[in-house]
Each structure stands twice: as C-alpha cells, then as structure tokens.
Design a protein around this ligand. Structure first.
Ligand code: FES
Length: 156
C-alpha cells in the first residue's frame, strides 16, 4: 500500500523527446536562415554586379563576361531563378541551375567547385557534375551564350 509517485523516468523520457524535437526545429530554422541569408547576400551582390546588366536589362545580360573568372563560376539569376554561370575556357560560357539535386539548397561557387551548404554535396563548377556528397545527379544545364558584343552572358 505504498502511495509513492510514479518513477521519475516516466516523465523524463517525453521531455527528452520534446527537447530533441525542439533542437531539430532550431537547427532546421538556423539552416533555413543561413540559406536565406546566403540567398539575400548573393542577390545583393548580384544586383550590385548587375548595374545595368540584370535580367531586366535590354538584351537580358545575366552577367558581364569580365565578371566570370576563366576556369571558375559566379552566382547569377535568370528570370528570378538562381543559376551558376561558368567560363570553362576564355570566351566559352555555360550555366547550371544553382538548386542542389539533393534537397534543393542553393549551391555556391568556390573556385572550380560548387558547394552545397546543406549536406556537403560538391559539384564541378564547369560541368555541373556531382562529385561528392548525397546529391544524386548533376545540376541541370541552363542554356546561355555571349551577347552580340561578346561582353555579356545572355540566356539562349
Ligand atoms: S541539399 Fe545539397 S547536399 Fe543536400
């Protein structure tokens, strides 16, 4: 006939589970915020780079050729969609979707590589090929070419 309360382990387990859920929510939120910051940061720099060369400009210059290093890539925007524009060899331009094929985060150029901040996938910045990490496939190509003057990258 004891009137002892329930063992303390009963209520502790649900609290621990709730704590894990809350921790995941915080981590997820932090990742989303970081992604949003990266997008905003890139959007800002893209806008700064694109003075007179945004997709709204006549001729649709996505980025100036001089702003795309040979053998590397930059982030840009085409019709509101994030893209990566690369210059594999002098005067040759290619572009890829900047949306990671794993779970849709935005990849960022890092020299000749593109890094996904979410789960560590790495892509070749010059081909879009997935090199490592969980991304199951290459980044989809986006058709681009040089404008008539040869100094700007345009859709096409
Ligand atoms: S979303 Fe890019 S590696 Fe997971």
């Amino acid at each position: 006939m004891s009137a002892q309360p329930a063992t303390p382990t009963g209520p502790v387990e649900p609290l621990r589970a709730q704590s894990d859920v809350a921790r995941r929510a915080v981590v997820t939120g932090a990742i989303l915020l970081a992604g949003g910051t990266a997008v905003a940061g890139c959007g800002g720099s893209s806008g700064a780079d694109a003075a007179g060369s945004s997709s709204a400009a006549p001729g649709g210059v996505i980025v100036k050729l001089a702003d795309v290093p040979v053998g590397s890539a930059v982030s840009a925007e085409v019709s509101g969609k994030r893209v990566i524009v690369a210059q594999p060899t002098k005067g040759k331009v290619v572009a890829f979707s900047a949306v990671c094929t794993h779970q849709g985060c935005t990849v960022s150029p890092a020299g000749a590589m593109l890094n996904c901040p979410c789960h560590g996938s790495v892509f070749d910045a010059l081909t879009g090929k997935n090199l490592s990490g969980p991304a199951p496939s290459p980044l989809p190509p986006v058709p681009v070419k040089l404008n008539a003057a040869g100094d700007g990258v345009v859709a096409g």
